[in-house]
Structure formats: C-alpha cells, structure tokens
Design a protein around this ligand. Sequence first.
Ligand code: HEM
Length: 249
Amino acid sequence: MAAAATAATVLTDAQIAAIKADLVELYKKTPCMPIMVRLAWHDAGTFNVKDGTGGTNASIRFSEMAHAANSGLNIAIGLLEPIKAKHPEISNADLYQLASVVGIEFAGGPVIPFRSGRKDATAEECVEDGRLPDATKAADHLRDVFYRMGMNDQEIVALSGAHCLGAAHKDRSGFDGPWTEDKLKWGNDYFANIIAGGKEGLLLLPSDKALFEDEKMRPFVEKYAADLEAFNTDYVAAHTKLSELGFSA
Ligand code: HEM
C-alpha cells in the first residue's frame, strides 16, 4: 500500500484542461506567468544526470526554498495553493510544470507539450545548495551547471531566452529590472538586448552577457535574435526536456 500511496498520478486530458483553465483565470487576474516559469525551472534544474538526484519533483517546496537562488519563489507556490486545493489530484511537481507551460502560452509563446505523472519528493529528498546557476558567473560555470543536468550549449542559450519574460527584483536576487520592453510578452528581443550589449533601462546579468562572449554559444544568440521561429522550435524542445528531468513516465 505504501507504494500506491506515493504512486504518481497520470491525469486525464479533461483533468488537465480544467486545471489549465484555472491557471488562465489566475493569469488574467494576476499576471504572474514569469515567476511560475522560474519556479518550474528551479525545481527541475537541480537534476544530476549522473546519479538521478534532483529534478522535477517539487522538492523546492521544502528546505531548498531557503537556498538563495530560490528567493521569492514561495510567492509562486502561494499563488498556486488555491488551484492545488481545488485539484488535489495533480501532484505539486506536475502543477509547477503545468503552470510554467500555460504561463508561456498565455504570454504569447509557443505551446509546450505537457505530460503528467511526476511524483512529489519527500522533504528528505531535497538536494544541497549550489546546483542552480550563479548570475554573476560566466560560460564555464553555466556549462558546469547545465551539463550536470544533461544539457548542451545550444540548450543553455535557448533556455536562457525565457528571460524575455519577467524581471529581477532587488530584494530577491539583488539585481533589478526586466530584460525586455514588455516583460509579460514572449519573444526573442532578449537576444537583441544581448547583442546590443544591453539597452537603456533593460537588464543584462553577467550570465546573460556570457552567452555572447562565448564563441560556441554566440552563434545561437545570433540565430535566435534573427529568427523567432527557430528560437521557439529550439525552446520548446529544450523546455520539454527541462520539464521532464528526473521524470520517466
Ligand atoms: C542561465 C542561467 C540563469 C541564471 C544565472 C538566471 C538568473 C536569474 C536571476 C538572477 C533572476 C532574477 C530573480 C529575481 O530577482 O526575481 C532570474 C529570473 C528569471 N529567470 Fe532566470 N536564470 C537563468 C536561467 C533561466 C532559465 C533556464 C529559465 C527558464 C527556462 C529562467 C527563467 C527566469 C524567469 C522567467 C525569470 C523572471 C522571474 C520573475 O519575473 O519573477 N532563467 N533568473
């Protein structure tokens, strides 16, 4: 029975559609799509491809929330609480990932496939601090972190394009401001900002600049700045992979 109690729940299409509708209602009232994308990524991005630890299992709701990289993400979990209460059939891990893909679509971005069935971790399965990237560091550090997840250079650049949404907040990361003119609209202008070396009033983290400074990553920045379709295609593939790190249904 213990196994059944912790078994992952695969939802029906109708169940997913009902939860999606409630997420859309949330975003109409509170345009919190960017922080949901960050929540999902910080839950999944702890994955270690070598030993299978971390990944998309909602462990972020326990001790990981106190890690500096996750500052502010308790707000996202709080915003999702009424939806989780109304739909207890969805695991927290699935809900975080669904909130992210629905948020991107709501912001005008591409439709990203979603599969349910992620199992929620217990508090004991939390990973140590330091698995998520440090925004003050450059390409070598990004490679250390993303290669550990099983990602490559192209996927690092594509995924960084999610910074077209949202902003940094002084009281969370110490950085401040949005990367693009409209932080609630999906697009490829984040890459144009990088090529311009930073536009007035817009943010570029050292880790964003690093993508253009690195000769292997720069061609992808140039490609995505010039071609929204190519960015979207590669983004969908990389995001789908990110959203399933450590999850095998
Ligand atoms: C490449 C390494 C990355 C670094 C160093 C990094 C760093 C940061 C930092 C410092 C913030 C500001 C947090 C705050 O002050 O509120 C942020 C926000 C954000 N990040 Fe990243 N990030 C990275 C990759 C990613 C990836 C892969 C995604 C998604 C696929 C992502 C999605 C977001 C979003 C959507 C926000 C805005 C959140 C909001 O508006 O509340 N980031 N990131």
